[in-house]
Design a protein around this ligand. Structure first.
Ligand SMILES: [Mn+2]
Length: 282
């Protein structure tokens, strides 16, 4: 029933970075296909450096799609932030994300806006910073809509960003934006810190959920840590979720083994929840 993606990087990363397959796009596509996934999530920065034709060719050769472009390195490595105090810096962050949207349009991929929202430096001025964020995000949604691209905003735990942490908080913020190409991106690693009652949490956000990261509490592949993925999988199943489930994990014990074990675990859970959902005598 579900489609599965996997986080991949086209530039060198520290081993501890939660991204699984690394290397040139042809190598990435080969490994992703061999591990059994349906799609590649691209963890990239400076999108102009990539040739969309080459990306499309590599994916098509393996029968894969691109399920998302994730943009966290624009914050962590390039320092671009959507709520920067300096208007010029905010404009730069928006412009860079528009370049990701351009690439997304060319390779048929949504774009994730995650940690580029930064952290609010002074909660006495919370409304001002939320205003910056709404303004930038709104511009991006309008730009992306013209190009037929979806925007995913990830709920991220407090140790990374200090607002839009829990699933219900982020879901409501996005509903209030009233943009029809803007969707919630759930991350199970962040849920482990921010949310409780996983089944209800995921079910209640189903109206706005477009993308899901599966990652264990220790950032290992699903099944490597303590997250109870079954109620999350069950909620996605019961609500007829039709987006991608993508793994975003540190590549232990090896890139390929991490990819394989994560997918085996997720597919096994999908099988379990689908059997449990069927009437016994049916
Ligand atoms: Mn994530």
């Amino acid at each position: 029933m579900f489609k599965y993606g996997i986080s991949c990087s086209l530039e060198p990363q520290p081993v501890r970075q939660p991204v699984i397959i690394r290397g040139e796009i042809e190598h990435v596509a080969d490994q992703v296909k061999k591990a059994g996934y349906d799609a590649i999530e691209l963890f990239i920065r400076n999108p102009e450096q990539y040739d969309p034709e080459r990306l499309n060719k590599a994916a098509a050769n393996e029968g894969l799609e691109f399920c998302a472009i994730s943009t966290g390195m624009e914050f962590t490595r390039n320092g671009l932030c959507l709520i920067h105090d300096d208007a010029e810096q905010r404009a730069k962050a928006v412009a860079r994300l528009k370049a990701h949207i351009d690439l997304g349009a060319q390779i048929g991929s949504p774009v994730v806006v995650g940690i580029m929202r930064g952290s609010i430096p002074d909660f006495d001025r919370e409304e001002q910073y939320l205003g910056y964020y709404r303004e930038g995000l709104g511009q991006l949604c309008d730009y992306a809509k013209e190009k037929g691209v979806k925007i995913y905003v990830e709920s991220i735990m407090r140790y990374i960003n200090n607002y839009l942490n829990s699933v219900p908080e982020t879901a409501q913020f996005l509903r209030d934006m009233k943009k029809d190409n803007l969707f919630l991106h759930i991350d199970t690693h962040s849920m482990a810190i921010e949310d409780w009652n996983e089944y209800e949490t995921v079910k209640n956000a189903a109206d706005i959920t477009g993308y899901v990261h599966f990652s264990d509490n220790n950032r290992g592949y699903p099944g490597a840590g303590g997250v109870d993925f079954k109620p999350i999988m069950r909620a996605l199943y019961d609500t007829g979720y039709n987006g991608y489930i993508s793994t975003e994990c540190t590549p232990y014990p090896t890139e390929f083994e991490c990819a394989k074990r994560g997918l085996d675990y997720m597919k096994a859970l999908e099988t379990i929840v689908s059997i449990e959902a069927a009437p016994m005598m049916g």
